[in-house]
Design a protein. Structure first.
Length: 289
């Protein structure tokens, strides 16, 4: 992989952000962004443990989804306080995915203000994501194709970003928003995945309070280097072409894949993996020619 640093600032005007990043579809890291909130000191595990400790939450791990089950089925459930105690006391790959704040912890909404960056945020879905020190999220892009601000808290986190032009080099799985499941993005095997060596992207290390602008459709791989959690603030697509593409992703592509997975199970999953390898091999040959 060919990785470069993302542009990094400590502050930015709405005009500068819109002109140089939002409209150009270019990611940006804003250091210590959340520290300007009056209630910034409440964005930690202790506050969440106190306010939501009794809630039962679905948990996920690093293993690929079982072909015989739904791809979004959790591996287990646990009380929030027990989950936080687990990931802060020992290495763990357990994650909480898409914890909707408005439904489950509305008190937390009082503790921040939406960024004044000219983005029209979908205020129904500010969401939290949690992970232990061994947790990672498979390379993917979000099915709704929305731009979003990703704000991280507690421990350190590593993120890789790639735009859609790199899809063929990333071994994109057809009819999905994922790459093949067995790529190790921390120690990539270029013998097994030679096209991956040509993928151009960004490497970002986030710390407590940092905010990252991720343009819609960008591939991202998240690795929790320490126990932590992040909040995503989403803006739905407002361009007609992107909006139509989002409808295709959400209502046609996703449900076609779910149906095929239900009918053919492992055979469908394996077929898509082979298909991804073939497409990336063809892209590499074309690139090297």
């Amino acid at each position: 992989m060919i990785l470069e640093n993302v542009d990094t600032v400590t502050d930015i005007s709405k005009e500068d952000f819109q002109k140089n990043y939002f409209k150009k579809h270019r990611p940006l890291l804003i250091r210590n962004f959340a520290s300007r909130w009056e209630a910034f000191d409440q964005w930690n595990f202790d506050f969440i443990r106190e306010k939501a400790g009794d809630q039962e939450v679905p948990l996920y791990d690093n293993k690929p989804a079982d072909a015989s089950k739904s791809s979004d089925a959790p591996v287990t459930h646990m009380k929030m306080r027990d989950y936080i105690d687990t990931i802060t006391s020992k290495p763990s790959d357990l994650r909480i995915f898409f914890y909707i704040i408005t439904d489950r912890l509305p008190e937390l909404l009082k503790n921040f203000t939406y960024p004044d960056l000219g983005m029209k945020f979908f205020k129904r879905l500010p969401t939290l994501f949690f992970g232990g020190s061994e947790a990672h999220v498979l390379m993917h892009y979000d099915v709704d194709l929305g731009d979003f601000i990703h704000i991280h808290f507690q421990g350190k986190k590593r993120i890789l970003l790639f735009d859609q032009k790199q899809s063929a080099f990333l071994y994109k799985v057809p009819l999905s928003v994922h790459t093949v499941y067995d790529i190790d993005y921390e120690n990539p095997d270029y013998q097994k995945f030679p096209a991956l060596k040509q993928a151009k992207g960004f490497e970002i290390f986030m710390e407590h309070g940092d905010a990252l602008f991720i343009p819609g459709g960008f591939w991202h791989f998240n690795r929790y280097l320490e126990p932590g959690f992040s909040m995503s603030l989403r803006a739905l697509p407002n361009q007609p072409g992107v909006f139509l593409n989002m409808l295709y992703h959400v209502f046609i592509m996703r449900y076609t894949d779910k149906l095929m997975r239900r009918i053919f199970k492992a055979r469908w999953v394996n077929y898509k993996q082979q298909w991804a390898h073939q497409k990336s091999s063809e892209a590499l040959k074309k690139h090297m020619a």
